[in-house]
Design a protein around this ligand. Structure first.
Ligand SMILES: [Zn+2]
Length: 444
């Protein structure tokens, strides 16, 4: 059963979302651009990608959620009721393990109650409000145990419009090819991760757990053009879609995926390599290209006690005492730390690669920018008294270097050339139904 509702204008506070990813402009040095090349795969059909609905988790913790529209919209489910008004609040019924929830209007009058999933669709050219976001597509609301789940069901290409501007930042038109490379990476990442969470009713979190997504309010013309010109295109190798990781600044040396995440297999397209020649690295203009951090022994001991046990998933209280030594046991091929040993007064711990960033935090509490770092440890009286870190880059360094991509675009490289540089051996081709989980092709 389906009911239509006439909507009044919704007054909602839209939270500004700070762009993540890279910072800093493109490099000033301009290597000779490679010759213009027509992308050979360009003529293949692009029939699958744009139509795929993806399921984005907007809300997964908490018992209440506000939604609505700036126009009329439709609520539908196996059980429905009607309301007047466009700002609604879904609330999980207290103590109901079966996931029953109700929806009330602005006056608090109950307008719907049931177990869902409740589908919410805007009519005509109107869009929905979901919490602080304005979104394309529809919403699906359901409940399990003590949480409401709110899913934005949105076509893949529309989803990317709310992702790409956040992942690479707002960019001017001359950066279009870097933004286009970002669009292909984000599209590929998304397609590979459909149905990754078997116990959740969505494909991707709208957060850093997957890709930050903020709906219509962050869309911009350059990102829209980048998405349009790469419509449906993904990165693949002979094993199928590439797991298209990317990070802000590689510091001149990209990491092998297995060096960052030791449990991962070495993957052809995600192997390490240099990003330009020495002294002419493509990401050299990044403010994170070279950096320095320092801690007193007491500061570092406190960080180790607070974070090391969490990172290694040890029982509480496992890490005690002051830090007596800090030693790089092994480095990976890119020069990144592969194993770092922390010795405290009571025991010693070995922490793999990138995980050390969550221990060696900066003074503002943010994680260390990268493990492409030299640690100068000063010890006195059997304890560490000072550590100075001199590092390069920001992020895990696997896959595309975003600031490097901006530098390459400014030097005239096309988006597919940028992708080939950062995902060696991969090719750009249209997304095919065979790339997707069963039942997830167009319209599913
Ligand atoms: Zn780089």
């Amino acid at each position: 059963m389906t009911r239509r509702f006439g909507g009044r204008a919704v007054v909602a506070v839209v939270t500004a979302v700070v762009a993540s990813g890279c910072a800093g402009g493109p490099p000033r040095h301009v290597p000779a651009p490679p010759p213009a090349e027509r992308i050979p795969e360009e003529d293949e059909s692009r029939d699958v990608g744009p139509e795929i609905p993806v399921r984005i988790g907007l809300h997964w913790e908490g018992r209440e959620f506000t939604f609505g529209s700036d126009g009329s919209f439709v609520l539908s489910s196996s059980r429905s009721s009607s309301l007047d008004g466009s700002r609604l609040r879904a609330t999980l019924v207290a103590g109901d393990a079966d996931g029953e929830f109700h929806v009330v209007d602005e006056e608090g009058s109950a307008v719907w109650q049931g177990r869902g999933p409740l589908r919410v669709e805007a009519r005509g050219s109107r869009h929905l409000r979901a919490g602080d976001l304005k979104v394309r597509g529809s919403l699906e609301i359901s409940a399990r145990q003590d949480s409401l789940f709110v899913v934005n069901v949105v076509p893949l290409e529309d989803y990317l419009r709310g992702v790409v501007p956040l992942e690479i930042g707002p960019r001017p038109a001359e950066d279009l090819d870097a933004v286009a490379a970002q669009a292909v990476a984000a599209r590929t990442y998304t397609a590979r991760r459909l149905e990754q969470y078997t116990s959740l009713p969505f494909d991707l979190f709208a957060s850093v757990q997957d890709q930050v997504y903020a709906g219509i309010e962050v869309e911009n013309a350059v990102a829209d053009e980048a998405i349009r010109k790469t419509r449906g295109m993904v990165l693949a190798d002979r094993d199928g879609l590439v797991e298209a990781f990317y990070s802000s600044t590689c510091g001149g040396r990209r990491s092998d995926i297995a060096a960052v995440w030791p449990h991962r297999e070495v993957n052809g397209a995600l192997r390490g390599g240099s990003d330009g020649s020495r002294g002419r690295e493509w990401c050299r203009s990044s403010r994170h290209f070279e950096w320095r951090e320092s801690w007193s022994g007491a500061e570092l001991s406190a960080l180790v006690r607070k974070h090391l046990g969490v990172v290694l998933e040890l029982p509480p209280g496992s890490v005690q005492g002051e830090l007596v030594d800090l030693k790089v046991v092994k480095r990976g091929p890119s020069g990144r730390i592969a194993i770092l040993e922390y010795r405290t007064e009571s025991s010693s711990f070995r922490v793999p690669g990138d995980r050390n960033r969550w221990i060696l935090r900066r003074s503002d509490g943010s994680i260390l920018r990268s493990v492409l770092v030299e640690l100068n440890v000063r010890r006195e009286g059997g304890r560490v008294v000072e550590v100075v870190a001199e590092g390069r880059g920001n992020g895990h360094g696997v896959g595309m270097c975003q600031v490097g991509a901006l530098g390459r675009a400014e030097a005239g490289q096309a988006w597919w050339e940028i992708l080939r540089a950062y995902y060696p051996g991969a090719r750009v081709r249209p997304l095919r139904s065979g790339d997707l989980p069963p039942g997830r092709d167009a319209g599913a």
